[in-house]
Design a protein around this ligand. Structure first.
Ligand SMILES: C=C(O[C@@H]1C=C(C(=O)O)C=C[C@H]1O)C(=O)O
Length: 445
């Protein structure tokens, strides 16, 4: 199956936008392990605790760059939906026609932001399992549940690497060496007093080189096994397990999980009782950092919602590598003047970039961090996730991940919130801790 291709517009926007037909079947006989059994190299994945979505093949795709990347993606998806024939008897978040998406952190990035509509999607939530097939009307003529499942089997076989043993991994410096990162943190500390910036999130990268082609299905499986509390994603070579939910939209309800404030669990003395509480929850610097992230989110959420609920105090999220201060914020979305609710993609655009991955105030922080890091973040810290035809969807912040640059090379990224009083060496250690999930998943430690 291949879609008609056409190139639209200026600004490097490439899109195939054929008139699509999409048919969903409920899959009652699906195994409990439908999602974990479907992970293959090259598949598109969004999963947490065995639930989620796995996509294969491309029915249509948009790639775009620059300041208008979200607008172009939204416009393209809206146009595609207006021409699509969608048959979706189960009508749940994630069923019917969906797009996986990944967006560059910065408008200056050379990375292509994208929306991809898979040919086949397997979905499972707490109540139902389903399969969606998308293509031209001819391609879907006579489709039944059995023939859809047969296509899924063929797509899974196609989207797999020949089995090999995992290669040796060598980690080397990326665009920013450890020394350059320490310098950038020192410079950031020097800018606070005169710039009006109170927090800067500085990132760095490292390169993982494997002696054999990196099998993303291994990486994804390892992440899901160890980081069940996180959302594991895989979209066109971008993989990771993020603990941070930028926005989830379900039937008019928006939810976000805000993180800021981190403690490495490998810190000396970390097994003492109440260690995380004392060093994170009771620490004014960490609480301040967390509050800045909540304030920036609630400011962005206010104009599009009502009845916002944000807890008075954060909780401590325990992950295998680090502890975070975390807050879950939720709000009912408010319809616009035409009565339409914003979609998950609309809100991802509004929220991005959050203070948690950029700084405070966000705009000024963004400009300074571009200078200090001198790094193309690519899709790191940008929205990654999916959106459906109703506007429901989930976009996480692409953290704790890496991007496959060619078959044997993956670039890993991590960053840390720098506030007055931050210690450069501690931040470097924290960035290393945040790369631990990927280092382990790649078999590098
Ligand atoms: C920037 C990252 O993480 C962010 C920064 C945090 C912090 O500085 O405490 C915590 C969670 C994330 O919001 C990253 O993982 O790369």
């Amino acid at each position: 199956m291949s879609a008609d291709s056409s190139v639209l517009g200026a600004s490097g926007l490439h899109a195939s936008a054929p008139a699509l037909t999409s048919i969903t079947f409920e899959y009652e006989g699906a195994s409990e392990h439908l999602i974990s059994d479907s992970l293959r190299h090259g598949s598109m994945v969004w999963t947490r605790r065995g639930r989620g979505l796995v996509g294969f093949g491309t029915a249509a795709r948009l790639t775009t760059r620059g300041e208008q990347r979200f607008v172009e993606a939204r416009t393209w998806f809206a146009q595609l939906l207006s021409q699509a024939q969608i048959t979706d008897p189960i009508n749940r978040p994630g069923s019917g026609l969906i797009a996986f998406g990944s967006f560059a952190f910065s408008f200056t990035s050379a990375f292509d932001s994208r929306l991809v509509i898979p040919q086949i999607v397997l979905g499972q939530d707490d109540e139902k399992s389903w399969i969606t097939v998308t293509g031209s009307a001819e391609q879907l003529a006579g489709l039944t549940l059995d023939s859809a499942l047969e296509r899924a089997r063929a797509a899974k076989d196609e989207a797999a690497l020949a089995p090999t043993t995992q290669g040796e991994i060598e980690l080397t410096s990326g665009q920013l060496t450890a020394g350059a990162y320490l310098d950038a943190v020192r410079q950031a500390l020097g800018t606070f007093s005169e710039s009006g910036i109170s927090k800067l999130v500085l990132a760095r990268d490292i390169m993982a080189r494997s002696t054999t082609p990196i099998d993303l299905s291994h990486v994804v499986t390892a992440l899901t096994e160890r980081y069940g509390n996180c959302w594991t994603y895989s979209v066109d070579g971008l993989v990771g397990a993020t603990p941070e939910m930028l926005v989830r939209v379900t039937n008019g309800l928006a939810e976000a999980r805000v993180l800021a404030g981190t403690l490495d669990r490998a810190t000396e003395g970390a097994d003492a009782p109440d260690f995380a509480k004392r060093r994170l929850f009771d620490d004014p610097k960490q609480r301040h950092e967390h509050q800045l992230a909540i304030d920036s989110l609630t400011e962005a959420l206010n104009p599009i919602s009502h009845g916002m609920k944000s807890p008075d105090e954060p909780f401590i999220l325990q992950l295998p590598n680090v502890w975070h201060l975390a807050s879950d914020v939720r709000a009912e979305l408010r319809p616009d003047e035409r009565g339409a609710l914003p979609s998950a993609l609309d809100i991802a655009e509004i929220f991005h970039p959050t203070a948690a991955v950029c700084g405070t105030p966000t705009k000024q922080a963004g400009a300074v961090l571009r200078q200090l890091e001198g790094l193309d973040r690519g899709p790191y810290a940008g929205p990654v996730g999916w959106v459906d035809s109703r506007g429901d969807g989930e976009f996480g912040i692409a953290l704790r991940g890496g991007i496959l640059e060619d078959a044997n090379h993956m670039r890993l990224y991590a960053g840390c919130g720098i506030v007055p009083g931050s210690v450069p060496e501690d931040e470097l250690a924290e960035s290393w801790a945040k790369m631990r999930p990927m280092r382990q998943a790649l078999g590098a430690e």
